[in-house]
Design a protein around this ligand. Structure first.
Ligand code: ACK
Length: 818
């Protein structure tokens, strides 16, 4: 079969032609049997635009040929020459519209072939052919033509190269007979509506590199407006942190291809994730996933974290401290939320300290003199932590040397001189026979304060608390600090209480090779959310870091089976507040002081670890059968969320007002010094056998009264020394409050010298304390002492006032602290 160029091929008509007298539209569009009509330009443009819209192909289809987008000659041939002809139109952008038409309905025995050029299949084994055409309804033709057909045929022939076009008709394989059907697009051509049919057929499996298509007309009136040949693929996609490449669909129309994904940068997996590519180009049935590596967080299908901090410079270096500054990472990849600074004494990496800072400077305090410290810094964005910087080593200066500052070399010189003089003086002292030995360099008060402010800074020789929040994966934190216990080792005996996350039970723990222990078991109720699980286990991650006789001891956790449990030592007498209420007046002062000493020792340990409790109260102390008190209820913000005593402040936080220092209520300044304030309240609770602090006063009244200087009066029968300690804990200036080690020392002294506890605060001075601290007393607003005492919810003391001669407001106003 030899073909020739269809007539008109290659001829191009400018868009203006659309509005000209000699407009040629495809046969079925213009109507070959009607007189030539003048079509307006907009009709032509409308058709072009409509076609272009229709031609946009979905993202999972890859075109092998689209006659509408071929700018030059299509290279198709027609046989015989007078059969199919190309209508050489161009659109408004002068782009060709390759439309082929044939309309030999008047003549018998038509066999008109239109052959495409060779089309590579680009490796696809199933291809799709989309035809857009108009086909004239034979009934609409005048004279009811007997030879008129309403179909045409489509064929293909496979070939590895372009030399296969001259084959015989009968070597082509028929794809289908194409008829106009209901799936048409209506084109409004002004005074008439044309029906543009779209038909799609598929062919496969193909085994050669390419193929030809052929369209056979046997006597219809057709305009083939466009031919699009394409294959389908499952487009490249990232699912579950794995990249799945562009995948050509299988040869079979029901075939699913299994495709392995590769993990995105900074993510890993044990087994490569898989997905299945359907014949329709859809990804189905994902299996497995990749996980971001430690230090990276998943965001929009990537694991992207800030680039490392590179430029770390030392600032002021003293005997106990090193100041550093650094620059933001080159590629922050987001807004830097904070920096984490890890440091440790060289060769002591297992005992490190973490500080967080929103600034690009820090001062690490509490360091040993003349020691090398290693620092690493990493930044955190919403995407998580970046990797740590390389190690930077800096050395503190010796005890007797002056501090160094890189930027102040002349000062260093002076300081060194002073240091040398000091050294000489000290040597002189030693030589003069006055033995002073080596004493630990005393930290100045400011350094000490910094220690508490930062919370995480390490004291020499003491382990440091690590905030479980610093772990990306909360499971990692809990397993770092808590032993996993097999549920079969636990026997639950009875329910002893209810916690926010589930029941609290007592039971027994029998670990292999160990003796059986009585234990308390906190359970996480079923149906918990991921956040509840995290918060619940957060307490174990904190508790597991502590090891002290006055801190509740964590035995371990059960996380591998359900219910999730936290197992702790069993405290026979339960919580201290309930225990004291039940045993009102039953203990000697020494026993009460012993309880307080234990709590103070536990708190000293926590503050040394850099842990601020925030919810120290008698209800959060547990007491065992030996009356040993242990601090419990650890958590992060959760502690306050759970505590029924915690109330919302105007700043939105939830705070147990009666136990909390004013600066913590006012601006959330929670420090070990605010824990000391709470400790003073616990002292008051203990000595008053579980009385409620500030009785029935409202939280608002408590805040106001404390702000105005009012303090709780001494409990009944309270040793002066204890009440004085309470008042010291309630100093407005937090720096004036005693530290926990001082409290422990003071209580030890009292225990060693019980007679010091004999002097009790007497009734009148109990009241005078109350008065002295309370500001607006002399305001004259009250007519009687009783009225005033009622107003401040102290009506119960009216009788005592009267007995002691304070029967008028004038007399009350004369009372002084003395
Ligand atoms: O006052 P309680 O008897 O002491 O009631 C509460 C209850 O569980 C809910 O918290 C008791 N409880 C909590 N932990 C322990 C423990 N380790 N040993 C004994 N009782 C505990 C607490």
């Amino acid at each position: 079969m030899r073909g020739s160029r269809p007539r008109g091929a290659g001829r191009r008509r400018p868009p203006g032609g659309c509005g000209g007298d000699t407009l040629r539209t495809p046969a079925s569009l213009a109507g070959c049997y009607s007189a030539p009509r003048r079509a307006p330009l907009w009709t032509c443009l409308l058709l072009c635009a409509a076609l272009r819209t229709l031609l946009a192909s979905p993202s999972n289809e890859v075109n092998l040929l689209d006659s509408r987008t071929v700018m030059g000659d299509l290279g198709w041939i027609a046989f015989p020459k007078n059969g199919w002809e190309e209508i050489g139109e161009v659109d408004e952008n002068y782009a060709p519209i390759h439309t082929y038409q044939v309309c030999k309905v008047m003549e018998q025995n038509q066999n008109n072939w239109l052959l495409t050029s060779w089309i590579s299949n680009e490796g696809a084994s199933r291809i799709f052919i989309e035809l857009k055409f108009t086909l004239r309804d034979c009934n609409s033709l005048p004279g009811g033509l007997g030879t008129c057909k309403e179909t045409f045929n489509m064929y293909y022939f496979e070939s590895d190269d372009e030399n296969g076009r001259n084959i015989k008709e009968n070597q082509y394989i028929k794809i289908d007979t194409i008829a106009a059907d209901e799936s048409f697009t209506e084109l409004d051509l002004g005074d008439r509506v044309m029906k543009l049919n779209t038909e799609v057929r598929d062919v496969g499996p193909l085994s050669k590199k390419g193929f030809y298509l052929a369209f056979q007309d046997v006597g219809a009136c057709i305009a083939l407006v466009s031919v699009r040949v394409y294959y389908k693929k499952c487009p490249s996609v990232i699912r579950h942190l794995a990249v799945f490449p562009d995948t050509i669909t299988g040869a079979d129309s029901s075939q699913l291809l299994e495709v392995s994904g590769s993990c995105v940068n900074h993510s890993v997996t044990d087994e490569p994730p898989k997905m299945h590519c359907s014949a329709e180009g859809e990804w189905l049935v994902p299996i497995g996933k990749c996980m971001c590596k430690e230090g990276y967080e998943e965001k929009n299908g990537t694991c992207q974290a800030p680039s490392p901090v590179t430029n770390v410079k030392k600032g002021k270096i003293a005997k106990n401290s090193i100041s550093l500054s650094w620059q933001e990472p080159d590629r922050p990849n987001g807004i830097i939320l904070e920096y984490e600074i890890k440091y440790f004494e060289k060769d002591q990496e297992t005992s490190y300290t973490i500080i967080k800072s929103k600034e690009t400077t820090i001062t690490a305090e509490g360091l040993k003199p003349a020691s090398v410290y290693v620092f690493q810094i990493r930044a955190r964005t919403a995407a998580g932590y970046g990797v740590f910087s390389r190690r930077f080593e800096f050395e503190t200066i010796p005890v007797f040397a002056a501090s160094s500052d890189q930027s102040q070399i002349p000062i260093i010189a002076v300081s060194v001189t002073v240091g040398v003089i000091l050294l000489a003086v000290v040597i002189g002292f030693l030589l003069s026979g006055r033995r002073c030995g080596y004493s630990k360099a005393k930290q100045d008060p400011e350094e000490e304060k910094m220690h508490f402010h930062n919370g995480h800074i390490k004291l020499p020789g003491v382990r440091t608390y690590i905030d479980p929040h610093t772990y990306e994966d909360p499971n990692q934190a809990v397993h770092e600090f808590a032993k996993e216990i097999e549920a079969s080792c636990i026997t639950i005996e009875r329910v002893i209480g209810a916690g926010e996350f589930g029941e609290v039970c007592s039971g027994r723990l029998k670990l292999p090779g160990k003796r059986e222990l009585p234990v308390a078991i906190k359970t996480l109720k079923v149906g918990y959310t991921e956040k509840q699980r995290r918060d619940f286990l957060g307490e174990a991650s904190i508790m597991g870091q502590f090891d002290h006789p006055n801190i509740i001891h964590l035995e371990g956790v059960v996380t591998k089976s359900k219910p999730v449990m936290i197992v702790t030592e069993y405290m026979e007498n339960g919580s201290l507040d309930t225990f004291l209420k039940k045993n009102d007046g039953q203990f000697t002062v020494i026993q009460l002081v012993g309880m307080l000493r234990g709590i103070a020792a536990g708190m000293k340990y926590l503050s040394d670890m850099g842990y601020v409790h925030r919810d120290l109260a008698a209800r959060n102390i547990l007491i065992n059968s030996n009356l040993v008190c242990k601090v419990s209820d650890f958590g992060l913000s959760r502690v306050l969320e759970d505590d029924p005593e915690a109330a919302y402040t105007t700043r939105g936080g939830k705070i147990p007002i009666r136990w909390t220092a004013p600066e913590a209520i006012a601006f959330r300044k929670f420090t070990s010094a605010s824990d000391v304030w709470s400790y003073g309240i616990v002292m008051w609770e203990v000595v008053s056998y579980g009385e409620r602090p500030y009785w029935e006063m409202t939280n608002q009244d408590v805040i106001k009264a404390v702000e105005e200087g009012y303090r709780l009066p001494s409990p009944m029968d309270c040793p002066v020394a204890l009440y004085q300690l309470m008042l010291d804990c309630w100093q407005k200036d937090r720096n004036s409050r005693p530290k926990f080690d001082e409290i422990v020392n003071m209580l030890d002294k009292l225990i060693r010298n019980p007679s010091s506890l004999k002097t009790l605060v007497n009734a009148s001075s109990r009241v005078s304390n109350l008065l002295a601290e309370h500001g607006p007393l002399g305001s004259g607003a009250y007519r009687s002492v009783g009225e005033w005492l009622e107003a401040i919810k102290m009506g119960r003391y009216t009788e005592i006032f009267m007995e002691n001669g304070y029967s008028s407001m004038d007399a009350v106003a004369q009372v002084t602290l003395e």
